[in-house]
Design a protein around this ligand. Structure first.
Ligand code: GLA
Length: 503
């Protein structure tokens, strides 16, 4: 964890004392005392009560975590892994304010995991303190919630059923200090719900999806998923790399789309909770084997979803490989900022893009970068999605509406703004930032009322839109496009942020 200069010594001192403090009586006004508690399951958990020694300029906080079991719930019975127990942490501030944050941890054969998690939280608390919140536990309040009108940051986890192969799927619920909630499941790395406020503070779920796992498995047009190994299309499902021609699974007529027949949206990812001083999250990992869907190389992919206290859903992608391979990971969330009240045609969209990549009838880019100026593809100034979507323009006919990649106007590889979406009836605003060179704006043209989603809502034509930040489609066959080839020794790293606000 990165800490500001000068804070490491204090932190190390505090942590060293914490590590050695177990079972010692508490010195008055000093560090800690810890005990052992046998739970009903006859498993040992550490119960700790300690005072964190003040870091320079920071008021001391009384930090009283207690990690206790709750009876294994159905989803954990039998546990997904042997000896795995969900665990809960609560904390209160020095003034007795109940901060009541929860997190989960897994007990794998001993109390060490619990201790590590406790210490991990200590790291987070200390790092938060060290980065400069100055008075009366403000930093801890930020981590754990507890300020008037604020909710505690929270990670909760529950079972969400099993796949046909019997693999356990878990659902994470992330809550930030403004009360925004994101739910993410380990099947498909899918964001199943995202609750954000409107201009009156009313929370609504602004993404499409289903209420249950079987519906996602049976028929999902990539609702909320991470798509890979290659998001978007590869023409005719073929590409040549270092003189070898690879043939991929074709699942979109003659083309390869979103990773093939069983892409990253249809596998169960490994998971671990992530606590950061200003965000809660889940880190999902998947090993895509050499030859999977026709791709070369074992690809280790990780996707970290973070719900930040700046009201952002932040997605960090990482991958490494042992053979050169194309990689293009993206998030396929369908947004509807009305909360699913009506279609998305009234949403105002701005895209920070002066060009797009026109396509042929199969939606494969021709290789051209075409200026948007003077076409219905021009969103350089905000326009409603519906204003020109039915215009008589060949590209819109090919896509059945907007289903194209825009070339983002950007400088360098730093994160820059890709899009702003404003929904006038609710006042909700979503801004998209990315390190990627392109964004696929898809207007939900294939939704046709045959899908009934969450809470019995029928998803009519254009009921959700996607902003899939990405490299350009068919790049492995288009040498003029930015490369998507990852080679052994390199690390694929991209970040995209969806930030929510109201106006
Ligand atoms: C992407 C594609 C679309 C469609 C949707 C899912 O956005 O570009 O053509 O496949 O995914 O239906």
């Amino acid at each position: 964890m990165a800490l500001p200069d000068g804070s490491n010594a204090a932190l190390a001192e505090a942590l060293g004392r914490e590590a050695g403090a177990d079972n010692e009586p508490a010195a008055p006004g000093d560090v800690s005392h810890c005990g052992q508690k046998k739970t009903q399951n006859n498993l040992c958990f550490r119960v700790a009560e300690r005072i964190i020694k003040p870091l320079p300029g920071v008021e001391p906080c009384r930090f009283a975590p207690a990690c206790a079991t709750r009876p294994p719930v159905a989803a954990f019975s039998p546990p997904a892994h042997r000896n795995e127990i969900p665990c809960r942490l609560t904390a209160e501030s020095r003034k007795g304010r109940h901060l009541s944050s929860r997190f989960i941890t897994y007990k794998k054969g001993g109390e060490q995991m619990v201790e590590m998690k406790s210490r991990w939280v200590m790291w987070a608390v200390l790092a938060t303190a060290a980065v400069g919140c100055l008075c009366s536990c403000a930093s801890m309040d930020n981590l754990m919630g507890g300020k008037a009108g604020k909710t505690p940051m929270d990670i909760d986890v529950e079972g969400f059923g099993r796949t046909a192969d019997g693999e356990q799927v878990r659902l994470y619920t992330l809550t930030n200090t403004s009360g925004l909630k994101a739910q993410i499941m380990t099947y498909g790395a899918i964001v199943t719900s995202l609750e954000v406020p409107d201009k009156h503070g009313e929370m609504d779920d602004v993404v499409l999806g289903y209420d249950n796992l079987p519906a996602y498995i049976e028929n999902s047009p990539y609702f909320g998923a991470v798509v890979g190994r290659y998001g978007n299309r590869i023409g005719k499902g073929k590409f040549t790399l270092d003189g070898v021609t690879y043939t991929l699974a074709t699942n979109n007529n003659e083309n390869h789309l979103h990773g093939g027949l069983k892409g990253f949206d249809k596998v169960v990812w490994d998971d671990e909770p992530v606590w950061r001083p200003d965000a809660v999250g889940v880190r999902l990992s998947y090993l895509s084997k050499d030859g999977e869907e026709g791709y070369p190389g074992n690809l280790k992919a990780t996707v970290t979803y973070l719900l930040t206290n700046n009201d952002e859903l932040r997605i960090e992608y990482e991958a490494t490989t042992d053979k050169a391979t194309p990689v293009n990971l993206t998030h396929h969330g369908y947004f509807n900022l009305t909360g699913g009240e009506r279609d998305i045609l009234g949403h105002e969209l701005m895209l920070n893009a002066a060009e797009f990549t026109p396509v042929d009838e199969g939606l494969i880019p021709t290789g051209e970068l075409r200026p948007v100026e003077g076409t219905p593809m021009d969103f350089t100034r905000p326009a409603t999605i519906g204003a020109r979507i039915e215009n008589d323009y060949e590209q819109l006919r090919f896509g059945g509406g907007y289903d194209h990649n825009w070339v983002l106007t950007r400088q360098g590889r730093e994160m820059s703004q890709a899009a702003t979406v404003y929904e006038p009836t609710t006042g909700r605003v979503m801004k998209v930032y990315t390190t990627e060179p392109g964004v696929q704006f898809y207007a939900g043209n294939f939704l046709d009322g045959t899908i009934t989603g969450k809470e019995g809502k029928v998803y009519q034509h254009r009921y959700g839109f996607c902003l899939e930040t990405q490299h350009f489609p068919d790049s492995p066959n288009k040498p003029s496009f930015p490369t998507t080839i990852l080679r052994p020794g390199q690390t694929y790293e991209t970040t995209t942020v969806y930030r929510f606000a109201t106006k």
